[in-house]
Design a protein around this ligand. Structure first.
Ligand SMILES: Nc1ncnc2c1ncn2[C@@H]1O[C@H](COP(=O)(O)OP(=O)(O)OP(=O)(O)O)[C@@H](O)[C@H]1O
Ligand SMILES: [Mg+2]
Length: 328
């Protein structure tokens, strides 16, 4: 809609994980290095955890585009399945044909893994949205990783998910799985400089001749409201370009970003982002504060009650004097 107005060839802030617009912040580079290791290792699980919209799925797509030879990968993007559906899906993805039941799957899958091992091929299972995995499937995945030779595992497993997945892994019921995680990485949102570079790279890739459409003040506000979460940056910047188009202004300043953030309800203080606090953390802080307010009020009330009841008593006067003496 606004492409001609800003002399752009493509939408710069589309929400699809378009590889043309890939931007690698430090954290993205490190996460990708962990994922790459997950393709070639022979040990166990690699886990990447990141807040909503930080770029986990985008990283997996990037990884899939560079799968080395001799690596057989299977990617499960929606793991909300029953146990039977899960085995059926894996059988399809690894070309094992229709399997009758779990036992049938396990027989064929072990043969497939052993064959791959003989051909020196790596078999990798990548599961996105791991925080949505039903508990029984998570346990089945752990058991799959037990398929091994005396020297090495026959399958590498990469799991990516939102921070809730870390909480699941802390559940004592999953301690066996947790112990098998050989690499774990927390994907961080972008910092201020990375946010500015991200916006400018997207504008440049979209064909902008001038990547200074957003003023420095606007970029600071984009960071403030998005907390460096790429998906929120995209939403905010797309909305800002549309607003600029409607207002017939080719420069996006901080006022426009503030307006857009309000319209999109980007509070800037949500869970996402470096330095942000999760709603759980905030609730726990509030509970702490409430507890100490109540304790202080109770202490004050007790002191006042003692004063009213014992104010004429000599013993009370002596105790009070001792207390005052102590504090002096
Ligand atoms: N490294 C990146 N380079 C360019 N764009 C990115 C990058 N990371 C994320 N994005 C943009 O942000 C959007 C959201 O990213 P993505 O879907 O990968 O996040 P996610 O962490 O998988 O989110 P969710 O937790 O909701 O699954 C992408 O569609 C893409 O437009
Ligand atoms: Mg995702």
């Amino acid at each position: 809609m606004y492409l001609d107005f800003y002399n752009l060839k493509y939408e710069p802030f589309s929400l699809s994980p378009d590889p043309r617009f890939l931007f690698f912040a430090t954290s993205h580079k490190e996460a990708l290095a962990h994922l790459r290791y997950g393709l070639i290792q022979h040990k166990g699980f690699v886990v990447v955890i990141g807040e909503v919209g930080t770029g986990k799925t985008t990283l997996i797509h990037s990884l899939m585009s560079e799968i080395p030879e001799k690596v057989i990968t299977s990617f499960v993007s929606n793991p909300v399945l029953t146990r039977d559906e899960f085995f059926f899906l894996l059988a399809k993805k690894y070309g094992l044909g229709d399997v009758k039941n779990k036992a049938d799957f396990l027989v064929r899958f072990s043969q497939f893994l052993e064959q791959a091992h003989r051909k020196k091929e790596n078999v990798v299972l990548i599961i996105d949205e791991a925080h949505c995995l039903p508990k029984d499937i998570l346990e089945e995945i752990r058991l799959l990783s037990n398929l091994e030779t005396p020297q090495s595992k026959l399958i590498n497993i990469i799991l990516t998910g939102q921070p809730e997945f870390a909480e699941i892994l802390n559940d004592p019921n999953f301690r066996a799985l947790k112990q098998r995680i050989t690499l774990r990485y927390h994907l961080e949102p972008l910092n201020l400089n990375e946010t500015a570079a991200y916006v400018q790279l997207r504008l440049a890739k979209a064909g902008a001749r001038d990547v200074g459409i957003f003023t420095d003040g606007a970029l600071k506000k984009v960071y403030m409201y998005s907390k460096g979460i790429p998906r929120v940056i995209n939403l905010l910047c797309d909305h800002a370009l549309l607003t600029g188009f409607v207002k017939e202004t080719k420069i996006i300043d901080d006022t426009i970003i503030r307006e857009c953030a309000k319209e999109l309800d980007c509070s800037g203080g949500n869970r996402e982002g470096r330095g942000g606090h999760s709603s759980k953390e905030r609730t726990s802080k509030r509970k702490h504060l409430l507890f100490w307010v109540i304790v202080s009020l109770l202490l004050l009330a007790s002191a006042a009650l003692c004063y009213v009841v014992f104010k004429n008593s000599e013993e009370y006067r002596q105790v009070l004097e001792k207390v005052l003496e102590y504090f002096r």
